[in-house]
Design a protein around this ligand. Structure first.
Ligand SMILES: O=C(O)C1=C[C@@H](OP(=O)(O)O)[C@@H](O)[C@H](O)C1
Ligand SMILES: C=C(OP(=O)(O)O)C(=O)O
Length: 421
């Protein structure tokens, strides 16, 4: 058990430029697409973190050569194969993206992951694969896919209201199914739609024909996936704790390389921060956020951008008025039940947060020192760091859990604060 991390308290406004590593979501999609293309592919600016390492190791376990140099190079291979073991860790992208790909492997593939991963929703993907012709034992991690080297594919109806990753995972592999794939969603609205747009955009960039013109229906034509050099954008969701540092201290923070156009949901943070009183400037080179004297509360539907919730909740705790965060019931199936975790930890520090059916209500109240639990959730850990900038004596029990997507977080945070002087 590691010692709790003393969250640095900001004695002056944060003023810094912070370069964040590559996007988790784009990196892990590019890895899957490269593995499913005949000649592999390369990734420039790939994220190197627990989640991307789990994806690389999963692909290697399926017989795909992956070289991790300056670039990540996915080599050509003779087809995915078992028998093999895949460790999903706590990575939603590994547990939801790899099984649809492994469904065309030759041989058995056994999947498992962290204890919490066994509780994350999974049966939708496995039922869909069964409906498309796969043989699968199990409804959650651990489970075994009995690959036959090909999958008929066709049309499947799923309820993807618990996670957009159910749709993305199926679409990423769908072109390699004999008849391609049509996915219909039937249920409450699918969350995180920008992440599905990211999937569709990357499939098209790899030469796959995708029809997403009908609401809640996606059609992927069968055919090859082209080999490409993927240039990975900075992870905009991982940029948000750093931007939040400027927001809560009345400072100014620049993220270089913020894309002009992107499917990353982190881009919506510009609108949220502006809605809370920040000034946000964006040009073709960078994004700069300047914090106000006092943050205002916000009423925001985060359904499309749920992964921003922990950062936004941290801002809300330090705002001068109430905030309502809506549309995020599906966060109960994330790395931890994020609604329960945020409400519990905020209230433990003396704050006022209430869980609703689909979100959180956070009211201003002075906070005090205390231990902030991360629940093995990288974004809970970074939210604790943001609050600690303004509340003296906050400790985060497991800052190391940030390695899921941002292994260098504590050093980056220190460098950011050092730059403020
Ligand atoms: O496809 C992706 O890369 C992701 C989709 C989203 O999942 P949910 O739709 O389950 O929220 C997001 O929260 C997750 O961090 C990454
Ligand atoms: C929900 C998240 O991760 P995962 O890809 O494991 O679902 C997240 O990073 O906020």
């Amino acid at each position: 058990m590691t010692q709790p991390w003393n969250a640095p308290f900001a004695t002056e406004p944060v003023r810094a430029t912070v370069a964040v590593p590559g996007s988790k979501s784009i990196t892990n999609r590019a890895l899957v697409l490269a593995a499913l293309s005949e000649r592999g592919g390369t990734l420039t600016g790939a994220l190197r973190s627990r989640d991307s390492k789990l994806m690389i190791d999963a692909l290697r376990a399926l017989g795909v050569p992956v070289d991790e140099g300056d670039q990540v190079v996915v080599g050509p291979h003779q087809g995915l194969r078992g028998p093999s073991e895949v460790d999903c860790g706590l990575a939603g992208t590994v547990m939801r993206f790899v099984p649809p790909a492994a469904a065309i492997a030759d041989g058995d593939v056994h999947f498992d992951g962290d204890p919490r991963a066994r509780e994350r929703p999974m049966s939708t993907v496995l039922d869909a694969l069964r409906a498309l012709g796969a043989a699968v034992d199990g409804d959650a991690l651990p489970f075994t896919l009995h690959g036959k080297g090909a999958l008929p594919g066709g049309t499947v109806t799923i309820d993807a209201s618990a996670s957009s990753q159910f749709v993305s995972g199926l679409l990423l592999a769908g072109a390699r199914y004999d008849s391609g794939l049509t996915v219909h969603h039937d249920g409450k609205p699918v969350p995180s739609l920008p992440h599905i747009e990211m999937t569709v955009a990357m499939l098209r960039a790899a030469g796959v024909t995708v029809d997403d013109s009908a609401h809640n229906t996606w059609r992927v034509e069968p055919g090859p996936i082209e080999s490409r050099d993927w240039v990975i954008e900075p992870d905009l969701s991982n940029a948000t704790p750093f931007l939040a540092a400027a927001a809560v201290t009345g400072g100014s923070l620049t993220i270089p390389g913020w894309p002009e156009h992107t499917t990353q949901p982190g881009d919506v943070f510009r609108e949220i921060a502006a809605g809370m009183g920040c000034t946000v400037q964006h040009d073709e080179h960078a994004l700069t956020l300047t914090g106000p004297d006092e943050l205002t509360g916000i009423d925001f539907d985060l359904h499309d951008v749920g992964e921003l919730t922990p950062t936004v909740a941290a801002l809300a705790v330090l705002a001068n008025g109430p905030s309502v965060l809506r549309g995020i019931a599906h966060l109960r199936g994330h790395e931890t039940d994020r609604l329960a975790a945020l409400a519990t930890e905020i209230n433990k520090l003396g704050g006022d947060a209430t869980e609703t059916d689909d979100g959180l209500v956070i009211r201003p109240k002075p906070l005090g020192a205390g231990l902030w639990l991360a629940y093995e959730d990288h974004r809970m850990a970074t939210a604790g760091a943001v609050i600690g900038l303004k509340v003296a004596g906050v400790r985060v029990d497991d800052i190391g859990t940030t390695s899921k997507t941002l292994p260098d977080f504590p050093a980056m945070w220190d460098r950011m604060l050092g730059a403020a002087g």
